[in-house]
Ligand binder design. Structure first.
Ligand code: ATP
Length: 251
């Protein structure tokens, strides 16, 4: 079977030819198998978000290739890649349309890839489905289906962003510290939901986190980046400890 995602010799150079020139990712290669749930760790500035940006297409690598299944995405725009790749960001304000209701946002996510005019038709016929989908979720989202998302709490909005990112099964799910801005209870509820959905749907997922205990608790594989390179890539989580992880971090 083909790997879900292959990054081949990715190098990203920003501000080339200026005094600000910086190589962020350095000839980085990485293969994700279908169903891999990777927790991605590394010090501030190691290149974790840059790696996600190269995958989602918001940053074009200076060199290297991004292959999804049998498709070469390297020259595909961010918008076109969104058909295959979903992402949840750290900021709850990103990822949902604030002047649309929860139900309207869910419908947009469900009809991803269709023309906007067609996407908002038949909202009524999906309401029962959305009620059922949100009923099991934290933060009483099911009681807020007709609320503008701009009026939701950060936790409700992040739960909605996660639901939108997974409502149709993405080929790759990217999570960039998606629970970091939430209070400890809400954060652990959303992480548990994340784990349940990723495991049940057998999603291929890359999740950036700074919390070592979460990196150890969730997923089947741990990757640590340092200065734009992979310094640890292991599925042997049984023998991994927080102390051991810290030895791979830059000082
Ligand atoms: N477009 C850009 N132009 C210039 N420098 C950039 C750009 N994008 C990222 N960088 C720099 O590249 C380095 C890596 O950034 P990146 O955001 O990928 O790190 P990170 O591992 O996600 O860090 P953090 O844990 O702080 O979120 C940082 O030093 C950052 O300042």
């Amino acid at each position: 079977m083909k790997p879900a995602l292959e990054l081949k010799n990715i190098t990203t150079l920003v501000n080339p030819g200026t005094s600000e020139e910086k190589q962020i990712l350095k000839n980085l290669s990485l293969t994700l198998e279908a169903g891999d749930f990777v927790t991605l760790l590394g010090t501030n500035g190691a290149g974790k978000s840059t790696l996600l940006n190269v995958i989602n297409g918001s940053l074009k690598p200076t060199m290297g290739k991004v292959i999804l299944g049998d498709k070469d995405l390297t020259n595909l725009s961010e918008v076109k890649r969104a058909t295959y790749i979903s992402q949840v960001f750290q900021d709850p304000k990103v990822g949902t349309a604030p002047r649309m209701t929860v139900a309207e946002n869910l419908l947009l996510a469900l009809k991803r890839g269709q023309k906007r005019r067609l996407r908002l038709r038949n909202l009524r016929s999906h309401l029962a489905e959305f009620e059922e989908l949100t009923a099991q979720l934290p933060n009483n989202l099911s009681e807020r289906l007709h609320t503008f998302t701009g009026n939701l709490s950060g936790g409700q909005r992040q739960t909605l962003s996660f639901l939108m990112a997974t409502i149709t099964k993405p080929d790759i799910l990217l999570l960039d510290e998606h629970t970091a801005a939430l209070d400890p209870n809400t954060s652990s509820q959303l992480l548990k939901l994340t784990n349940d959905v990723v495991t049940k749907e057998n999603l291929t997922c890359l999740m950036i986190t700074h919390r070592l205990q979460d990196a150890l608790r969730y997923g089947n594989r741990v990757i640590i980046l340092n200065e734009g390179q992979v310094v640890l890539d292991t599925r042997d989580k049984e023998h991994l400890t927080e102390e051991k992880i810290l030895t791979y971090f830059a000082n």
